[in-house]
Design a binder for this molecule. Structure first.
Ligand code: DGY
Length: 337
């Protein structure tokens, strides 16, 4: 009997998951077919290789749709993604075939929360513009002056911190931000408002628990209230048909002119054209985007890249060594049927 015939299952891995996870995979008694590069595999390679697989490890850019599931065939039991988001899955098709979905929650909470806070600080203190002055050699004609590059302060009395989506990463982000604000128990303590897609009968009880947990008044609000009242508005919800384009012209118009908008979730939640217009018209103090609609095909003359009030990062929220290693291990663990 050949070695491959004695192996239990076929597992297809669509990227190099790093030394540790890859060597664990190879030391298993499964047949491993891996695209061990840093760039995505051609779709053709994926469709050819998944045939007869019982598990597949994918990345955010690999669409998990009917064509992939059909190519794999009835042997497929689980698709595991190296991400916490799984908006690249056609969930109806996955459910119809009774296929399990693996993803990587928790291990990236701290890394993404760090980036959210970094973008809050960068936008409120206008650090994108400040860096540009130095890098473009404009410091000599832009010397220190009393109100050069001043922006809103995190210690603003009764600051309102808003979250579009209030899951684990939002909680970690809020905890971090509270180190920069007025003290929790003070007269001018900040407050937190958030939206959630889940309708719960015991909402008041849940908000009381959050208020206790974070030490500041915390309550669920409607989307309109979130837009209108937030000084800092952080997008941390999943992308789905309801949230796609939710932050549009009407939403942005409601926001305070000294508020900042941060997106560390998925690009298509924000309408980029509307955001660029809002920033140009001074409807908003600034925007910090770790994700942007159309990524990674964002040219350097994209209106949001050109806007000095906007900080655009190339989707690096979870990019700490520890979090990516944790994601690789989890992705590997979950691929076994
Ligand atoms: C995720 O995990 O969904 C991030 O966007 C990539 O780290």
């Amino acid at each position: 009997e050949s070695k491959s015939a004695s192996l239990k299952h076929k597992i297809v891995v669509c990227r190099d998951l790093g030394k540790e996870a890859m060597s664990l995979l190879y030391s298993s008694d499964h047949e491993i077919v891996a695209w061990e590069k840093d760039s995505p595999p051609p779709r053709k390679w994926v469709l050819e290789n998944v045939q007869g697989a019982s598990g597949i490890c994918v990345m955010m850019v690999d669409k998990v749709d009917e064509s992939l599931l059909d190519a794999a065939g009835p042997s497929l039991k689980v698709v595991s993604t190296f991400s916490v988001g799984y908006d690249h899955f056609d969930m109806a098709a996955v459910r119809a075939r009774n296929i399990r979905v693996g993803y990587t929650p928790n291990v990236l909470n701290d890394a993404v929360a760090d980036i959210a806070v970094l973008l809050v600080l960068m936008t409120m203190r206008r650090i994108g513009e400040a860096i540009q002055i130095v890098q473009e050699g404009r410091w000599p004609e832009t010397p220190w002056s009393p109100f050069l590059l001043t922006g809103p302060a995190l210690t603003k009395p009764s600051l309102t911190i808003g979250f579009l989506g209030f899951g684990r990463i939002s909680h970690c982000t809020l905890e971090r931000l509270l180190a920069f604000t007025q003290p929790r128990k003070s007269a001018h303590a900040p407050r937190c408002i958030y939206t959630s897609s889940r309708v719960r009968s015991n909402q008041q009880e849940i908000d009381n628990e959050y208020t206790e947990q974070f030490g500041i008044a915390t309550r669920r609000v409607e989307v309109d209230v979130l837009a209108r009242e937030s000084d800092i508005l952080i997008i941390l919800c999943s992308l789905n048909k309801d949230t796609k384009g939710m932050v549009n012209e009407a939403f942005l118009e409601k926001m305070k002119s000294d508020a900042v908008l941060i997106n560390v979730a998925r690009g298509p939640i924000v309408d980029s054209t509307a955001l660029a217009t809002a920033l140009e018209n001074g409807h908003l103090c600034g925007a910090g985007l770790d994700v942007i609609d159309g990524e990674p095909n964002i040219p350097r003359d994209h209106p949001l890249v050109l806007n000095p009030r906007c900080v655009v990062l190339p989707h690096v929220g979870s990019a700490s060594d520890m979090s990516r290693t944790g994601m690789a291990k989890l992705c590997k663990q979950q691929v076994y049927a």
